[in-house]
Ligand binder design. Structure first.
Ligand SMILES: Cc1cc2nc3c(=O)[nH]c(=O)nc-3n(C[C@H](O)[C@H](O)[C@H](O)COP(=O)(O)O)c2cc1C
Length: 170
């Protein structure tokens, strides 16, 4: 199940939420990878306030994970060479269909009717400038297991060095 809901704080202070695809972890780290378009509204929101809450439900095992933490945007001008190469690898791992979405007209702007739909997919090696890698560094994870009577609910918190776990009432 690769779809999660990712909330941010809108520019007007109201919550904003949308579905995104989980793209795996950044190497062996705790950081979750997502991709998005630099022109999208969420990018402006993350620039203003990098905090997120992600909610993930696994229907087969009836588990919910709520992850909170800080988002890092890795855009085409990011000077960190490690992150820049992670951005390129993530681009290379996308399907042609997913890469082609980054050639579409400005997301969220009034619909452009005469878009070029049959254009060639972009270069699979070199990310387009509006392609962003989005990393979530969680510092709080809440795990709810509906299975079991009573249910189990655990809160994991990271203090910058260690994770701690607290069981709480469901
Ligand atoms: C199943 C599904 C998967 C999606 N995956 C992504 C994704 O990985 N990245 C992304 O930016 N938007 C993805 N979207 C689109 C977003 O939900 C959203 O409509 C879009 O990013 C604009 O959001 P914003 O205006 O808050 O930036 C997906 C939508 C659906 C329904």
């Amino acid at each position: 199940m690769r779809y999660v809901q990712m909330a941010t704080v809108g520019l007007d202070g109201r919550p904003a939420n949308r579905t995104v695809v989980f793209r795996g972890f950044l190497d062996d780290s705790n950081q979750l990878k997502f991709v998005t378009d630099a022109r999208s509204q969420k990018v402006a929101e993350i620039h203003q306030l990098p905090w997120t809450a992600v909610c993930w439900y696994f229907a087969n095992t009836r588990e919910q994970f709520r992850l909170a933490g800080k988002l890092t945007l890795v855009g085409h001008q990011d000077s960190n060479s490690f992150l820049q190469s992670a951005r390129a690898v993530t681009w290379q791992e996308l399907s042609d269909a997913a890469r082609t979405q980054f050639t579409w007209s400005d997301p969220g702007k009034p619909r452009v009717e005469n878009q070029e739909f049959n254009q060639q997919p972009p270069d699979p090696l070199a990310p387009l400038p509006n392609f962003c890698l989005l990393l979530l560094n969680p510092d709080r994870v809440e795990h709810l297991e509906l299975r079991g009577d009573p249910q189990n609910r655990r809160i994991y918190t990271y203090d910058g060095q260690l994770w701690a776990m607290q069981e709480v009432n469901p």
